[in-house]
Design a protein. Structure first.
Length: 83
């Protein structure tokens, strides 16, 4: 008999103050790329070569994430490759 697993949401903490703007931008870019990589892996895209910019951007539209840049798409492929 299969048991249902419950998902515990992680409590969000505020970002540290006083860091350069570039740090916040790269932090948010990494989070966005990770969310997209997880969505692509869940949908069956396990090969980074098959994760084209078009496919990544389509997944972003489906999941309600703003359109990723070319840099973010490259980061998504890196995450998938490391998975």
């Amino acid at each position: 008999m299969a048991t249902a697993t419950t998902i515990q949401h992680v409590k969000k903490k505020p970002l540290p103050a006083g860091l350069p703007r570039e740090w916040y931008e790269s932090h948010n870019r990494r989070l966005k790329a990770m969310r997209l990589a997880i969505s692509l892996l869940d949908s069956g895209t396990y090969d980074a070569r098959r994760a084209t910019n078009r496919k990544i951007r389509t997944m972003a539209v489906r999941t309600g994430i703003h359109r990723p840049s070319n840099v973010t798409c490259k980061m998504v492929r890196t995450f998938i490759q490391e998975a």
